[in-house]
Write a protein that binds this ligand. Structure first.
Ligand code: NAD
Ligand code: UFG
Length: 340
């Protein structure tokens, strides 16, 4: 069996990708230090994926622990590297912690891969590497590196590290997946996004308002140069995103070198579009109030997704209604996340 190591695989995107890979016949090993996730997700991944997961509680910055993990798992054939801290405002307050964790984990992982002859890697990058884009839709040839925060720069520098490693080792195969805005949940309602504390991102916040955990949504900015004045993003269903990882893994099995590929739908939706669609899908009114723009936010961001189709044969299939419906199913069945 083809075995894949998922660093950060207990998190939101990793858990959905684990299920997708298990359903496609891959063996899955998850290494996560649970800094932003909980152990309770593992049995749910096993339930949905229909087989056992090998779970290791490991900090990917801990060289000795990572070496032990690889030594104990000689069947690892490829790696998907999700592990990282991802909160933008926190990264502005604590840049060194973000660089230490996100870059430390990347280097430690790649050194272990090198020692153990593992040559295939898929990386969770982000549309944030494009900064404030000059034009939309954003293609992979757009300038990168103009990020305004330490989180975004940690993704950009990780991409550079991987590109340099590929130049030095012609056997390496790396796909940098630049996600746009992942939302939604597995349609079973058994796994989903489970933020600790007050959510930073739009959908988990809206979902918590809908379920009564928060009073109202604050819409950050209604004076952007967009049709309704609110920010426009390319929301993509997390199970579509998970399928994209499976395709990227297959790509690494047949190609060498480093490719950056956008994973988005190519369609933009405003904050008010999302609020409207979520109300439709849930049947719950979402009270909201306009508030100032968030520092560093951009007006419009959506992908040119053609390269993913050309190289991976992948495109998004689910629409905003599906995304809201599935988020609502997860949130209403698990109002307090995995602790329910
Ligand atoms: P998440 O926080 O749910 O998952 C990340 C996981 O990594 C968590 O389970 C966390 O415990 C783990 N982790 C963090 N540091 C670790 C370390 N040093 N060692 C081991 N485990 C560690 O986040 P997610 O939304 O699933 O994101 C997954 C990846 O995708 C992240 O790298 C994130 O930056 C990237 N990404 C996310 C989004 C998004 O909007 N969700 C967008 C673009 C890119
Ligand atoms: N928004 C609100 N109120 C909120 C939260 C968000 O109005 O309570 C608005 C934002 O201003 C923005 C839109 O909703 O216009 C989306 O915001 P998110 O925080 O959900 O997403 P971002 O586009 O800001 O950032 C996300 C991830 C980043 C990633 C980026 C691109 O948080 O890590 O997508 O992939 F880099």
């Amino acid at each position: 069996m083809n075995t894949v190591l998922l660093t950060g695989g207990a998190g939101y995107i990793g858990s959905h990708t684990a299920v997708c890979l298990m359903r496609c016949g891959y063996g899955v090993i998850i290494a996560d230090n649970l800094i932003n996730s909980v152990r309770e997700v593992i049995p749910r991944i096993e339930e949905l994926g229909g087989r056992a997961v090998r779970f290791h509680e490991v900090d990917m910055c801990d060289e000795r622990a990572v070496e032990e993990l690889f030594s104990a798992s000689p069947d690892i054939g490829s790696v998907i590297h999700f592990a990282g801290l991802k909160c933008v405002p926190e990264s502005v307050r604590e840049p060194l912690r973000y660089y230490q964790n996100n870059l430390g984990a990347t280097v430690t992982l790649m050194q272990a891969m090198q020692r153990h002859g593992v040559k295939r890697l898929v990386f969770s990058s982000s549309a944030t590497v494009y900064g404030d884009p000059e034009t939309v839709p954003i293609s992979e040839t757009a300038p990168v590196g103009g990020c305004t925060n330490a989180y975004g720069r940690s993704k950009y520098i990780s991409e550079c590290i991987m590109q340099d490693a590929c130049k030095a080792d012609a056997e390496l195969s790396v796909v940098l997946l630049r996600y746009f805005n992942p939302i939604g949940a597995d349609e079973s309602g058994r796994i989903g996004e489970n933020p600790f504390g007050v959510p930073n991102n739009l959908l988990p916040y809206v979902a918590q308002v809908a379920v009564g955990r928060r009073e109202k949504l604050f819409v950050n900015g209604n004076d952007y140069p967009t049709p309704d004045g609110t920010g426009v993003r390319d929301y993509i269903h997390v199970t579509d995103l998970a399928r994209g990882h499976e395709r990227a893994l297959r790509y690494t099995e047949a190609h060498k070198g480093c490719e950056a590929i956008n994973l988005g739908t190519g369609k933009g939706a405003s904050v008010l579009d999302v609020v409207r669609e979520f109300s439709n899908a849930s049947g719950v009114d979402i009270p909201f109030e306009f508030a100032p723009r968030r520092p560093g936010d951009i007006a419009v961001c959506y992908a040119d997704p053609r390269k993913a189709w050309e190289l991976l044969g992948w495109k998004a299939e689910k629409d905003l209604h599906d995304m809201c419906l599935d988020t609502w199913r997860w949130q209403s069945a698990n109002p307090n996340g995995y602790t329910d």
